[in-house]
Design a protein around this ligand. Sequence first.
Ligand code: ADP
Length: 248
Amino acid sequence: MATEKPESLITDGVRLDGRSAEEMRPLKIIAGYLDKAEGSAYVECGGTKVIAACYGPREVHPRHLTLTTETLVRARYDMASFSVEGERKRPGPDRRSTEISKVVSEALTSAVFVEKYPKTAIDVFIEVISAEASTRVAGLTAASIALADAGIAMRDLVAACSFGKIYGKEGGREVETVAVDMGKSEDNFGLADVALGYLPNLRKIVLLQMDGHLTVDEFRKGLPMGVSTCESIYQQQLKALKAKFKQY
Ligand code: ADP
């Protein structure tokens, strides 16, 4: 269902859903969400809802992908056919999900002590059950908790968020504003959208992708906003993991 382009995405500092530019949507994180996976997580960010399940370290199939000195961290991102409004999404992999699976796998690989598990594979399945923008970063945040929940040795967790640029009005004048955590209409009609994956303790960026255009100054403004959002996501990831393991 096509929604109409709003006249302004941010008016006098207030976004369509009432947030300020620096504010993310309500975030809910559950570690150990699934009974049957070795590690799992549920992440909800506004209307975006994602489940991640981790298996491994285990034998690599197909065998020829085996790495002799390290584990192969493989993420598979999928959007459920019922995850989008209106027309159902065509089920199965496509170019977009293949690309997201690749960049998420690379980001997770940076966080895992891969040399601890040579000749094995660690598989993480990411299922988007409700897609309202910024699904790849929610998926990455969930996947990293699923790995930790499975007891995989990690250098750090990956916390991920989006930031970008939206158009709006300030005192009736037209403005362009840098903001974090793109919502649905901001993703559809916004001017730029950056996906950021961050290792909070190592202070290292492991995912950075941009749709649209930001000037260097806008990027310099947005990046610290994104990093600070990742830092607060990280605190919630820790809280979720502690809550899960408190029961043992
Ligand atoms: P991200 O979800 O990481 O922001 P994109 O920018 O590619 O990735 O997608 C933005 C949004 O577009 C998604 O969150 C989802 O709401 C919507 N979308 C993506 N692919 C489809 C699709 N095949 N059908 C319907 N909506 C889609």
